[in-house]
Design a protein around this ligand. Structure first.
Ligand code: ADP
Ligand code: MG
Length: 567
């Protein structure tokens, strides 16, 4: 596949400067093929995989062909979702950075009309929007189509899937007949071809090889697992590979919510994204995910569409995607920018036939894998721990504690035994009960107690509170009932109790998951019918109340309140 330097594509100096500023070294194959043709004014149908650089392939010609002196809308870019519209607007803005007088504006549902009117009235030349809202503005007369010269359909297949066909047809019908049309799609189903046939004149068809669509830089594995074992399989794979950044795809919103609760309960740093979450919440989740404030995003296909994150380590298909296209879309989110990615797909029962069909149809390069045993997970964890100790020793990243060690040596303990005892403590081994009293606290998860990350990890992510595999049956988060408050503990009252089907483990899991504090800071829990009284280490109480303020468990809002100290 041919790639050319940007300066051989006939671009203006302003755009070349912007491209250099973005750090693009050379044009991607789709950009190399599309840009020169689109610059001539000819219609283009461009087809290439997710992550291949389609945005710049259309944004660059759009920017170059728009007249910055003319204060009227000259280019319209339609995108399937608000998120994508915002991203495309951002990338367009960056590419247009050195073109003075050029303005782009994203318009989408959920944003105030006022702001959009103003931007349009101010003479933005490039409008990027979702079909519904664009149609709205056309009908209100606030977006005038007569000056349009270029219309772009980004992710055309997605827009049709999402039911925008009629809106798109009406938008296209409203635009001048001689405007240039640029169609972009990862796939070319018949509905798209019909749309192209109706609205485009002699387009150049540019397709970047399907082989590249197979995401060769992604190592793809599938696992045949029983439906009920998927959660366990997922956590083992995460623990075995020590993944810290990935997306977990589920088939439905309900499954997203469900998995979110379960992973929270097991102490993983996760958050979720689907269509029922209000827009403001979605924005926050996406931002937090980009900033790596949590490790795994659990999402539906639609919600994750267009989410632009570069360095995912892994994509899990917790549920098998509907078809090979969705599979490719999902898997294409990892292994970007030349980095190796991993994709794990779970199939249960008859789904294996569906997967085999997809493999044949799209020539997927996917291998069968075996779910690691608990022993293997433990061993990997042990190896990782060993590496951390070694790295810490090598970097001499520790304070000498010779007085404490000397005292133990003086008492006749061997240095190897002292070390063994420390490792035991660090790996979550229980302490012998002092004065045989209090019931054992929940096992302290090893990751939380492990020493600070070795130097080899440049930005140590927060320790996972409870990455330890939870023993079957009994949860590691089981808590003694509250009898009286221990010293140093404060009580938080939660508006959720046994009547709501909430368990103590749910509560500990939520607290650990949301605050990322180790589960061990939670003490006894009194689970009453309507509410729960939870003892937590007092210096964390405020944070917990704050973080749980908007959290729901089993559908009930927790409404945390700090209880006044007992008299
Ligand atoms: P697509 O729309 O085909 O899924 P995008 O346009 O979203 O892909 O591009 C994916 C990523 O690649 C973006 O982060 C984008 O900034 C980056 N990118 C695009 N073109 C280039 C290039 N020529 N060189 C390096 N990175 C690029
Ligand atoms: Mg795109």
């Amino acid at each position: 596949m041919e790639k050319l330097p940007f300066d051989q594509l006939g671009l203006s100096p302003e755009i070349l400067k912007a491209v250099a500023k973005l750090g693009f070294e050379e044009a991607s194959p789709i950009q190399t093929a599309v840009i020169p043709v689109a610059l001539t004014g000819r219609d283009v149908v461009g087809q290439s995989s997710t992550g291949s650089g389609k945005t710049a392939a259309f944004a660059i010609p759009v920017i170059q062909r728009v007249d910055s002196q003319e204060k009227a809308v000259q280019a319209l870019i339609l995108c399937p979702t608000r998120e994508l519209a915002v991203q495309v607007a951002e990338e367009t803005g960056k590419l247009a950075f050195f073109r003075r007088g050029l303005r782009e504006v994203p318009i989408y549902g959920g944003q105030s009309y006022e702001r959009q009117f103003r931007a349009l009235a101010a003479g933005a030349q490039i409008v990027i929007g979702t079909p519904g809202r664009v149609l709205d503005h056309l009908e209100r007369g606030t977006l005038r189509p007569d000056s349009l010269r270029i219309v772009v359909l980004d992710e055309a297949d997605r827009m049709l899937d999402m039911g925008f066909r009629e809106d798109i047809e009406r938008v296209l019908a409203a635009t001048p007949a001689n405007r240039q049309l640029l169609f972009f799609s990862a796939t070319m189903p018949r509905a798209i071809q019909e749309l192209i046939g109706r609205f485009s004149k002699d387009p150049a068809w540019i397709k970047i090889d399907a082989v590249a669509r197979n995401a060769p830089q992604v190592e793809q594995t599938y696992f045949e697992v029983d439906r009920r074992s998927k959660l366990e399989a997922l956590t083992r794979l995460i623990d075995l590979h020590d993944f810290r950044y990935g997306i977990i795809f589920c088939g439905t919103k309900v499954m997203v919510d469900d998995l979110d609760e379960h992973l929270h309960a097991r102490g993983y740093g996760v958050d979720r994204l689907h269509g029922d979450i209000p827009q403001a919440g979605r924005d926050r989740v996406m931002r937090n995910f980009r900033e790596r404030k949590f490790d795994f995003l659990i999402a539906t296909d639609v919600a994750a569409r267009g989410l632009d994150v570069d360095d995912l380590e892994v994509v899990f298909n917790f549920d098998l995607p509907n078809d090979a296209e969705d599979y490719t879309h999902r898997v294409g989110r990892t292994g970007r920018a030349g980095r190796q990615g991993r994709a794990f797909t779970f199939v249960s029962g008859q789904e294996i036939y569906k997967l085999q069909g997809m493999v044949r149809w799209a020539k997927l390069d996917i291998r069968r894998g075996r779910i690691p045993s608990l022993d293997e997970v433990e061993e990997a964890r042990g190896n990782a721990f060993f590496e951390r100790i070694r790295a810490t020793l090598e970097a001499r990243q520790f304070k000498p504690r010779d007085r404490m060690i000397d005292r133990l040596l003086d008492q006749g303990y061997a240095s190897t035994d002292i070390c063994s005892a420390l490792i035991h403590l660090l790996q979550g081994g229980g302490e012998p009960a002092p004065q045989g009293a209090a019931p054992a606290k929940g096992a302290r998860p090893p990751a939380a107690a492990a020493p600070s990350e070795p130097v080899s990890k440049p930005t140590p992510p927060l320790p996972k509170p409870a990455a330890a595999p939870v023993p079957k049956g009994k949860s590691a988060f089981e808590r003694p009932a509250r009898t009286g408050r221990e010293a140093g503990m404060a009580t938080v009252r939660l508006n959720a109790g046994s009547r709501h089907g909430v368990t103590a483990a749910d509560i500990v899991g939520k607290i650990a998951g949301v605050t990322r504090l180790p589960a061990s800071i939670v003490g006894a829990i009194d689970l009453l019918e309507e509410h729960a009284l939870v003892d937590v280490e007092s210096h964390h109480a405020e944070l917990i109340v704050k973080k749980l303020a908007r959290v729901r468990v089993k559908g009930v809002s927790l409404e945390p309140k700090a209880e006044p100290p007992a008299g």
